[in-house]
Design a protein around this ligand. Structure first.
Ligand code: APR
Length: 263
Protein backbone atom coordinates (compact mmCIF):
# COMPACT_ATOMS: atom_id res chain seq x y z
CA UNK A 1 0.00 0.00 0.00
CA UNK A 2 1.32 3.43 -0.83
CA UNK A 3 -0.71 6.58 -1.32
CA UNK A 4 -1.74 9.51 0.81
CA UNK A 5 -3.06 7.53 3.78
CA UNK A 6 0.22 5.75 4.38
CA UNK A 7 2.20 8.98 3.81
CA UNK A 8 0.03 10.82 6.32
CA UNK A 9 0.25 8.01 8.87
CA UNK A 10 4.02 7.95 8.36
CA UNK A 11 4.22 11.68 8.94
CA UNK A 12 2.23 11.34 12.19
CA UNK A 13 4.46 8.51 13.42
CA UNK A 14 7.67 10.34 12.55
CA UNK A 15 6.42 13.37 14.49
CA UNK A 16 5.43 11.33 17.56
CA UNK A 17 7.54 10.97 20.71
CA UNK A 18 5.14 9.12 23.08
CA UNK A 19 3.06 6.84 20.88
CA UNK A 20 0.74 4.13 22.13
CA UNK A 21 0.29 0.96 20.09
CA UNK A 22 -3.03 -0.72 21.02
CA UNK A 23 -3.53 -4.23 19.64
CA UNK A 24 -6.20 -6.88 19.30
CA UNK A 25 -6.52 -10.36 17.86
CA UNK A 26 -6.00 -9.19 14.28
CA UNK A 27 -2.38 -8.46 15.23
CA UNK A 28 -1.75 -12.21 15.51
CA UNK A 29 -4.05 -13.42 12.72
CA UNK A 30 -1.22 -13.74 10.18
CA UNK A 31 0.68 -15.87 12.72
CA UNK A 32 -2.15 -18.39 12.51
CA UNK A 33 -3.77 -17.46 15.85
CA UNK A 34 -7.54 -17.21 15.25
CA UNK A 35 -9.33 -13.96 16.04
CA UNK A 36 -12.61 -14.01 17.97
CA UNK A 37 -15.22 -12.48 15.72
CA UNK A 38 -14.06 -12.91 12.15
CA UNK A 39 -16.68 -14.79 10.13
CA UNK A 40 -16.04 -18.56 9.94
CA UNK A 41 -12.55 -18.41 11.43
CA UNK A 42 -13.28 -16.50 14.64
CA UNK A 43 -13.29 -18.53 17.89
CA UNK A 44 -16.70 -17.18 18.89
CA UNK A 45 -18.06 -18.37 15.55
CA UNK A 46 -17.06 -21.92 16.47
CA UNK A 47 -17.38 -21.98 20.25
CA UNK A 48 -19.85 -20.52 22.72
CA UNK A 49 -17.98 -17.97 24.90
CA UNK A 50 -20.56 -18.53 27.66
CA UNK A 51 -19.50 -22.19 27.76
CA UNK A 52 -15.77 -21.54 27.78
CA UNK A 53 -14.82 -18.00 28.83
CA UNK A 54 -16.71 -17.24 32.07
CA UNK A 55 -16.09 -18.11 35.74
CA UNK A 56 -19.41 -19.99 35.75
CA UNK A 57 -18.28 -22.12 32.79
CA UNK A 58 -15.09 -23.06 34.64
CA UNK A 59 -17.01 -23.97 37.80
CA UNK A 60 -19.46 -26.04 35.75
CA UNK A 61 -16.82 -27.95 33.75
CA UNK A 62 -13.18 -27.16 34.62
CA UNK A 63 -11.82 -29.91 32.35
CA UNK A 64 -13.66 -28.59 29.28
CA UNK A 65 -12.44 -25.05 29.88
CA UNK A 66 -8.86 -25.99 30.84
CA UNK A 67 -8.56 -28.32 27.84
CA UNK A 68 -9.70 -25.57 25.49
CA UNK A 69 -7.24 -23.02 26.84
CA UNK A 70 -4.40 -25.55 26.77
CA UNK A 71 -5.22 -26.19 23.10
CA UNK A 72 -5.07 -22.44 22.44
CA UNK A 73 -1.73 -22.22 24.31
CA UNK A 74 -0.34 -25.07 22.20
CA UNK A 75 -1.53 -23.26 19.07
CA UNK A 76 0.33 -20.14 20.21
CA UNK A 77 3.47 -22.16 20.97
CA UNK A 78 3.41 -23.40 17.35
CA UNK A 79 2.93 -19.83 16.05
CA UNK A 80 5.66 -17.30 15.21
CA UNK A 81 5.60 -13.50 15.49
CA UNK A 82 4.72 -11.96 12.11
CA UNK A 83 6.29 -8.88 10.45
CA UNK A 84 3.64 -6.76 12.18
CA UNK A 85 4.89 -7.78 15.64
CA UNK A 86 8.45 -6.99 14.60
CA UNK A 87 7.42 -3.61 13.21
CA UNK A 88 5.85 -2.72 16.59
CA UNK A 89 9.18 -3.62 18.22
CA UNK A 90 10.96 -1.45 15.65
CA UNK A 91 8.74 1.50 16.60
CA UNK A 92 9.53 0.98 20.30
CA UNK A 93 13.24 0.66 19.53
CA UNK A 94 13.10 3.97 17.65
CA UNK A 95 10.85 5.73 20.17
CA UNK A 96 11.66 4.32 23.65
CA UNK A 97 8.64 6.01 25.26
CA UNK A 98 6.30 3.89 23.13
CA UNK A 99 3.76 1.98 25.24
CA UNK A 100 2.34 -1.22 23.76
CA UNK A 101 -1.08 -2.15 25.15
CA UNK A 102 -2.60 -5.48 24.12
CA UNK A 103 -5.88 -7.30 24.53
CA UNK A 104 -4.20 -10.48 23.30
CA UNK A 105 -3.35 -13.39 25.60
CA UNK A 106 -0.64 -14.82 23.32
CA UNK A 107 3.06 -14.04 23.87
CA UNK A 108 3.83 -12.97 20.29
CA UNK A 109 4.60 -9.35 21.18
CA UNK A 110 7.27 -10.53 23.61
CA UNK A 111 8.66 -13.02 21.08
CA UNK A 112 8.49 -10.26 18.44
CA UNK A 113 10.73 -7.96 20.49
CA UNK A 114 8.43 -6.01 22.84
CA UNK A 115 9.56 -7.10 26.32
CA UNK A 116 6.70 -5.84 28.47
CA UNK A 117 3.42 -5.01 26.79
CA UNK A 118 0.58 -3.82 29.06
CA UNK A 119 -1.72 -6.87 29.19
CA UNK A 120 -5.38 -5.90 29.61
CA UNK A 121 -6.82 -9.42 29.26
CA UNK A 122 -4.11 -11.50 30.92
CA UNK A 123 -2.00 -14.25 29.37
CA UNK A 124 -2.19 -17.92 28.39
CA UNK A 125 1.20 -18.27 30.11
CA UNK A 126 0.21 -17.13 33.60
CA UNK A 127 -2.02 -19.81 35.13
CA UNK A 128 -3.05 -19.35 38.76
CA UNK A 129 -5.11 -21.02 41.44
CA UNK A 130 -8.86 -20.43 41.00
CA UNK A 131 -9.25 -20.12 44.79
CA UNK A 132 -6.12 -18.58 46.35
CA UNK A 133 -4.72 -16.97 43.15
CA UNK A 134 -1.31 -18.51 43.77
CA UNK A 135 0.64 -18.51 40.48
CA UNK A 136 0.93 -22.01 39.00
CA UNK A 137 3.73 -23.36 36.85
CA UNK A 138 3.09 -23.33 33.09
CA UNK A 139 2.69 -27.03 32.39
CA UNK A 140 4.02 -29.06 29.56
CA UNK A 141 5.15 -27.60 26.33
CA UNK A 142 3.76 -28.88 23.09
CA UNK A 143 2.38 -32.41 23.20
CA UNK A 144 4.46 -34.88 21.14
CA UNK A 145 3.59 -34.48 17.47
CA UNK A 146 1.09 -37.05 16.18
CA UNK A 147 0.54 -37.96 12.56
CA UNK A 148 -1.85 -36.54 11.39
CA UNK A 149 -1.52 -33.82 13.98
CA UNK A 150 -4.61 -33.89 16.22
CA UNK A 151 -5.55 -30.55 17.73
CA UNK A 152 -5.57 -31.29 21.45
CA UNK A 153 -8.76 -29.44 22.44
CA UNK A 154 -10.53 -32.18 24.37
CA UNK A 155 -11.36 -31.95 28.10
CA UNK A 156 -8.28 -31.98 30.30
CA UNK A 157 -8.33 -31.93 34.08
CA UNK A 158 -6.66 -28.78 35.37
CA UNK A 159 -3.78 -29.32 37.77
CA UNK A 160 -4.31 -28.77 41.48
CA UNK A 161 -2.89 -25.70 43.20
CA UNK A 162 0.37 -26.50 45.00
CA UNK A 163 -0.84 -24.44 47.94
CA UNK A 164 -4.54 -25.08 48.60
CA UNK A 165 -5.27 -27.90 46.16
CA UNK A 166 -8.03 -26.07 44.29
CA UNK A 167 -8.13 -26.27 40.46
CA UNK A 168 -5.69 -24.06 38.57
CA UNK A 169 -7.33 -21.73 36.02
CA UNK A 170 -5.99 -19.96 32.91
CA UNK A 171 -4.53 -16.49 33.66
CA UNK A 172 -6.88 -14.73 31.25
CA UNK A 173 -9.72 -12.25 31.92
CA UNK A 174 -13.07 -13.93 31.38
CA UNK A 175 -16.33 -12.26 30.43
CA UNK A 176 -17.87 -10.71 33.53
CA UNK A 177 -14.49 -10.32 35.27
CA UNK A 178 -12.74 -7.03 36.00
CA UNK A 179 -9.57 -6.18 34.13
CA UNK A 180 -6.35 -6.21 36.19
CA UNK A 181 -6.44 -2.74 37.77
CA UNK A 182 -2.70 -2.04 37.45
CA UNK A 183 -2.79 -2.81 33.72
CA UNK A 184 -5.92 -0.75 33.15
CA UNK A 185 -4.47 2.20 35.08
CA UNK A 186 -1.23 1.98 33.07
CA UNK A 187 -3.19 1.85 29.80
CA UNK A 188 -5.36 4.85 30.66
CA UNK A 189 -2.30 6.81 31.79
CA UNK A 190 -0.41 6.02 28.59
CA UNK A 191 -3.40 6.89 26.38
CA UNK A 192 -3.90 10.14 28.30
CA UNK A 193 -0.29 11.19 27.72
CA UNK A 194 0.33 9.93 24.20
CA UNK A 195 0.86 12.09 21.09
CA UNK A 196 -0.29 9.33 18.70
CA UNK A 197 -2.34 6.16 19.16
CA UNK A 198 -2.00 3.32 16.69
CA UNK A 199 -4.87 0.83 16.98
CA UNK A 200 -4.22 -2.50 15.25
CA UNK A 201 -6.50 -5.47 14.63
CA UNK A 202 -9.31 -4.88 17.08
CA UNK A 203 -13.07 -4.80 16.45
CA UNK A 204 -13.28 -2.32 19.37
CA UNK A 205 -16.43 -4.05 20.65
CA UNK A 206 -15.24 -5.23 24.07
CA UNK A 207 -15.21 -2.71 26.91
CA UNK A 208 -13.54 -1.25 28.84
CA UNK A 209 -10.51 -2.04 26.61
CA UNK A 210 -12.23 -0.48 23.58
CA UNK A 211 -12.27 2.87 25.39
CA UNK A 212 -8.48 3.25 25.30
CA UNK A 213 -8.39 4.78 21.77
CA UNK A 214 -11.27 7.08 22.78
CA UNK A 215 -9.25 8.36 25.76
CA UNK A 216 -6.40 9.35 23.44
CA UNK A 217 -8.68 10.93 20.82
CA UNK A 218 -10.64 12.77 23.51
CA UNK A 219 -7.42 14.46 24.63
CA UNK A 220 -6.51 15.48 21.07
CA UNK A 221 -4.01 12.76 20.09
CA UNK A 222 -4.32 11.60 16.45
CA UNK A 223 -5.47 7.99 16.06
CA UNK A 224 -4.33 5.76 13.20
CA UNK A 225 -6.17 2.46 12.65
CA UNK A 226 -4.86 -0.67 10.92
CA UNK A 227 -7.69 -3.07 10.05
CA UNK A 228 -8.82 -4.66 6.78
CA UNK A 229 -12.43 -3.67 7.55
CA UNK A 230 -14.22 -0.68 9.11
CA UNK A 231 -14.78 -0.65 12.89
CA UNK A 232 -16.60 1.67 15.32
CA UNK A 233 -13.28 3.56 15.64
CA UNK A 234 -13.25 4.76 12.02
CA UNK A 235 -14.88 8.10 12.85
CA UNK A 236 -12.27 9.11 15.43
CA UNK A 237 -9.28 8.13 13.25
CA UNK A 238 -7.07 10.63 11.45
CA UNK A 239 -6.07 7.78 9.10
CA UNK A 240 -7.58 4.34 8.44
CA UNK A 241 -5.08 1.93 6.88
CA UNK A 242 -7.20 -0.83 5.31
CA UNK A 243 -5.06 -3.91 5.26
CA UNK A 244 -3.44 -6.68 7.30
CA UNK A 245 -1.12 -5.74 10.16
CA UNK A 246 1.72 -7.89 8.81
CA UNK A 247 1.86 -5.71 5.68
CA UNK A 248 0.62 -2.35 6.92
CA UNK A 249 2.88 -1.97 9.96
CA UNK A 250 6.22 -2.60 8.18
CA UNK A 251 5.02 -0.23 5.41
CA UNK A 252 4.11 2.38 8.04
CA UNK A 253 7.57 2.11 9.67
CA UNK A 254 9.21 2.57 6.27
CA UNK A 255 6.93 5.54 5.52
CA UNK A 256 7.93 7.18 8.82
CA UNK A 257 11.62 6.34 8.66
CA UNK A 258 12.72 5.39 5.14
CA UNK A 259 16.12 4.29 6.51
CA UNK A 260 14.58 2.11 9.24
CA UNK A 261 14.73 -1.67 9.39
CA UNK A 262 11.04 -2.45 9.83
CA UNK A 263 11.91 -5.66 11.73
N1 APR B 1 -4.55 -7.50 10.44
C1 APR B 1 -5.25 -6.52 11.09
N2 APR B 1 -6.52 -6.69 11.54
C2 APR B 1 -7.10 -7.88 11.29
C3 APR B 1 -6.43 -8.93 10.59
C4 APR B 1 -5.10 -8.69 10.17
N3 APR B 1 -4.39 -9.63 9.52
N4 APR B 1 -7.28 -10.00 10.52
C5 APR B 1 -8.44 -9.62 11.14
N5 APR B 1 -8.33 -8.34 11.59
C6 APR B 1 -9.31 -7.55 12.35
C7 APR B 1 -10.75 -7.92 12.10
O1 APR B 1 -11.28 -7.22 11.00
C8 APR B 1 -11.41 -7.50 13.42
O2 APR B 1 -11.84 -6.15 13.37
O3 APR B 1 -9.08 -7.80 13.72
C9 APR B 1 -10.27 -7.61 14.44
C10 APR B 1 -10.41 -8.77 15.43
O4 APR B 1 -11.53 -8.51 16.22
P1 APR B 1 -11.97 -9.54 17.37
O5 APR B 1 -11.93 -10.91 16.84
O6 APR B 1 -13.24 -9.01 17.93
O7 APR B 1 -10.78 -9.42 18.44
P2 APR B 1 -10.52 -8.29 19.54
O8 APR B 1 -11.00 -6.96 19.11
O9 APR B 1 -9.10 -8.41 19.94
O10 APR B 1 -11.45 -8.84 20.74
C11 APR B 1 -11.42 -8.16 21.97
O11 APR B 1 -12.80 -9.85 22.95
O12 APR B 1 -13.28 -12.07 22.98
C12 APR B 1 -12.71 -11.06 23.71
O13 APR B 1 -11.02 -11.12 25.36
C13 APR B 1 -11.23 -11.31 23.99
O14 APR B 1 -9.37 -9.77 23.84
C14 APR B 1 -10.53 -10.21 23.20
C15 APR B 1 -11.59 -9.14 23.10
Amino acid sequence: MTGPELAEAGRLLAAARRPVVFTGAGMSAESGVPTFRDAQTGLWQRYDPQELATPAAFRADPALVWGWYEARRHGVLRARPNPGHRAVAAIQARLPETVVITQNVDDLHERGGVPAPVRLHGSLFAPRCSACARPAPVLSDLPPPSDPPEPHDGPLDPPACGGCGAPVRPGVVWFGEALPSAALDAAVEAASGCDLLLTVGTSALVHPAAEIPLVAAGLGAPVVQVNPVPTPLDAICAVNLRGPAGEMLPALVRAAWPDADAG
